[in-house]
Design a protein around this ligand. Structure first.
Ligand code: NAD
Length: 506
């Protein structure tokens, strides 16, 4: 493997190029959320490295785009095989750096593996349409061609899977990739890149096919500004997405945005309450409330609210928060001190806006050194129009509201600026169909009788409004990573014009 991690600054994959330049010396520390210990330091990419990565990505693309798609699929198949072989080790890095429980961390690596399988299948199915022509003896068709180098900017909370959603598809589509992982999860990125680099070298992929630059917002923004990247796929907060959209839009580039959510679940009177309770709990506190699809608002119909809320409160009081490596732990740490402080601030705000704290909200001393960023998940009953409810606090706070009519519940659910995931628990056919119809949920994901989180890779993933409108992973999300051409062929001997236009020389 000729992978260069010169001074830890730039990981270049499948490196047939020279040694990476030294960075400026600025570093980012990777902290373990279990105890706050410094795990590693990585060097921030400087302007020269950013430019070198760009040039290498362009030259890799010029080669890779001409490789037949099924052959490109073989590279992704080999990546998937390695990820399968190293699943537990990769998951351990996620647990160490991001604090996910072992089961959730292994689930994340499985998502990467699943994406490889999906992308390999796709590599033989990058189909276009044929279209009937209005002109005689003409044929129309669409073709999908590789797009170009793709920049991928990712959030901390899915430090491997979101890279895979993008990169595995981009690679089979014939694109090169430059990844800027979250500054809060560089070690996960290093583990991913080591594996990808090894496979790329072994399989003879062009140098620079998949690269990684460490850094924060300024490195991300440099990628967004560069016209070399034909697509900038960015996952993170809505504030970040607005900025990336503006920078990419200014150069008329293409962006794919996967931003914040403020997801709701409706529990109707006919709901199977046992299922609804379990789904609400997992969706609200799984990954310590740090999923974009985390359940943030629970709407319970008033006739069942008293009993349902009492049972949920009881469940919250017995949630096991602690070391994510312990099999009995259900809730691990938050990512850092800032996340704990943001949760505390939101709770103070909620109470000041009339909220009633029913459970949780306090710090938990669970780290091996007595440190760590542990919080007891909080349950707050509050008015649906309280300002704090309108925004995404990336922590385990679940806001409870009571509703009267189904129409009111749908309106409350849709009444926030984000539009990622939504769920309804109901046994009423009329309610479930209305929920899925145009007049129902306005989100990118609408589930019936399951929670808001835990999507499969086979579907297109993403949301509307402030969530950014992007779709990644399954279904036809691959189309974002390719360019479409419409071809018309005239196999006749005359030149008829469309729309009946006449243009005859006398
Ligand atoms: P964040 O917005 O702080 O950072 C995300 C990434 O964007 C990081 O790599 C960061 O360095 C980069 N970045 C920040 N400012 C930038 C700029 N101006 N230009 C370019 N890049 C920039 O988000 P986070 O705290 O890492 O993650 C949590 C957020 O991500 C939540 O809002 C969550 O809902 C969202 N998220 C969304 C999805 C989705 O698919 N919709 C998935 C995961 C996370």
């Amino acid at each position: 493997m000729e992978q260069q991690m010169a001074t830890g600054a730039v990981w270049r994959l499948a490196g047939w190029s020279g040694a990476a330049a030294r960075g400026t010396g600025a570093t980012i520390g990777s902290l373990c959320p279990m105890d706050g210990a410094l795990l590693a330091e990585v060097e921030v990419a400087d302007a020269a490295q950013i430019a070198a990565a760009e040039a290498l990505a362009a030259s890799a693309f010029s080669v890779w785009q001409l490789v037949p798609a099924p052959t490109r699929g073989r590279l992704v198949a080999a990546i998937g095989q390695q990820a399968r072989a190293r699943k537990q080790a990769l998951a351990a890095v996620i647990t160490l750096e991001v604090g996910k429980t072992v089961s959730e961390a292994e689930g994340e690596v499985q998502e990467w593996i699943d994406m490889c399988d999906f992308a390999v299948g796709l590599s033989r199915q990058l189909h276009g349409l044929t279209i009937v022509s209005e002109r005689p003896q003409h044929r129309m068709m669409e073709q999908w061609h590789p797009l170009g180098p793709v920049a991928v900017i990712t959030a901390f909370n899915f430090p491997m899977a979101v890279f895979a959603w993008n990169a595995m598809l981009a690679l089979v589509c014939g694109d090169s990739v430059v990844w800027k992982p979250s500054e809060k999860a560089p070690l996960c990125a290093a583990a991913v890149m080591e594996l990808v680099a090894e496979v790329c070298l072994r399989e003879g992929a062009p140098a620079g096919l998949c690269q990684c630059l460490f850094g924060g917002a300024s490195v991300g923004e440099a990628l967004a500004a560069s016209p070399v990247y034909r697509l900038v796929s960015a996952t993170g907060s809505t504030a970040m997405g607005r900025r990336v959209a503006a920078v990419v839009g200014a150069r008329l580039g293409r962006s794919l945005l996967e931003l914040g959510g403020n997801n709701a679940m409706i529990v109707a009177p006919s709901a199977r309450q046992e299922l609804a309770l379990r789904a609400a709990l997992f969706s609200a506190v799984g990954t310590a409330g740090q999923r974009c699809t985390t359940l943030r608002r629970l709407l319970v119909q008033e006739t069942i609210a008293e009993g349902f809320i009492a049972r949920l409160t009881e469940a919250y009081q017995s949630l096991r928060v602690g070391d994510p490596r312990e099999p009995s732990t259900l809730v691990g740490p938050l990512i850092d001190e800032a996340a704990c402080a943001a949760m505390e601030r939101a709770l103070v705000e909620a109470v000041s806006q009339g909220g009633r704290l029913l459970a949780g909200g306090e710090r938990v001393r669970a780290g091996s050194l007595g440190g760590g960023f542990y919080m007891q998940p909080a349950l707050v009953e509050i008015s649906a129009d309280a300002p704090v409810v309108q925004r995404e606090t990336f922590a385990p706070i679940l806001y409870l509201h009571r509703y009267s009519s189904f129409e009111e519940a749908v309106a409350l659910q849709n009444g926030v600026s984000q539009g990622l995931s939504s769920a309804l628990f109901s046994e009423s056919l009329s309610e479930t169909e209305h929920f899925l119809a145009q007049s129902g949920s306005d989100c990118g994901i609408a589930n019936v009788n399951l929670g808001t989180s835990g999507a499969e890779i086979g579907g297109a993933f993403g949301g509307e409004k402030d969530t950014g409108g992007g779709r990644e992973s399954g279904s036809d999300a691959w189309k974002s990573y390719m360019r479409r051409t419409t071809n018309t062929v005239n196999y006749g001997t005359t030149l008829p014009l469309s729309q009946g236009v006449r243009f005859e020389m006398e």
